[in-house]
Design a protein around this ligand. Structure first.
Ligand code: URA
Length: 227
């Protein structure tokens, strides 16, 4: 593969930006500075370094984020701040997109990948990927509400599929749903005459938020998603 293509694919920048980087002696191949964008490398064998950081070519990349509130889940937006702005510099952003959506005011686990096929399959209603949310509520919740949430409630003409709900305290619950309708958790709580005042996603399939700090981003393997 051409060196400039390799660097672009690693998310270093556009071809023009990569040319500038090469011109400024920042790239080494097997320990030797290389300036020629057209030089050929064997991406699986050669050691390519940018500013002494080894670059690894991966066709598919997976990251999880502990999303903060205040950012919308989109790759770009003319007005709002997006979750892409929360990705640190070391994340390779090329073709990266969030899998599914958390509301602007929702915190918690958000998966990112450039693997469109996996993303599509995880979001498919047939796949039934469980998502667990922690919600703080405006009003007290009782066992009767929990039963309703579990067996299905009407959220504007749609009856939700069976879910699992657990009371944490009189105004806090954990809710596990296998669907991903727009504002689903908030609407489900509205259906039992309550209101979500804080929402956080604790898990997405096998992926768990536990042990992560607010705002943290981690690279993960596909095995961690599928295990
Ligand atoms: N349900 C909601 O209402 N909001 C979210 O962000 C996620 C699930």
């Amino acid at each position: 593969m051409r060196l400039d293509k390799f660097l672009t694919e690693c998310g270093i920048g556009s071809r023009r930006e990569v040319k500038k980087i090469l011109d400024s002696n920042r790239v080494k191949v097997n320990g030797i500075i290389v300036k020629n964008p057209q030089s050929n490398i064997k991406e699986s064998i050669d050691k390519v370094e940018l500013d002494s950081r080894i670059l690894e070519y991966k066709e598919f990349r997976y990251y999880i984020m502990y999303k903060r509130a205040g950012y919308i889940t989109a790759t770009e937006d003319p007005k709002e701040k997006t979750v892409m702005e929360l990705l640190p510099e070391w994340v390779i952003k090329k073709d990266l997109a969030p899998v599914g959506r958390l509301d602007k005011d929702t915190e918690g686990l958000l998966l990112f990948t450039n693997d469109g096929k996996l993303s599509h399959s995880l979001l498919s209603p047939k796949k039934h990927v469980d998502k667990t949310y922690y919600a703080k509520l405006e009003n007290i919740i009782n066992q009767e509400d929990i039963k309703k949430l579990e067996s299905g409630v009407d959220i504007g003409g749609y009856i939700t599929k069976p879910a699992q709900a657990k009371i944490i305290s009189d105004k806090e619950i954990e809710l596990t749903i296998s669907e991903g309708k727009f504002h689903q958790v908030k609407k489900m709580l509205e259906a039992v005459n309550n209101k979500v005042i804080y929402l956080k996603r604790l898990s997405f399939g096998n992926l768990k938020l536990e042990g992560m700090e607010l705002g943290e981003v981690k690279e993960i393997s596909i095995e961690e998603i599928l295990k």
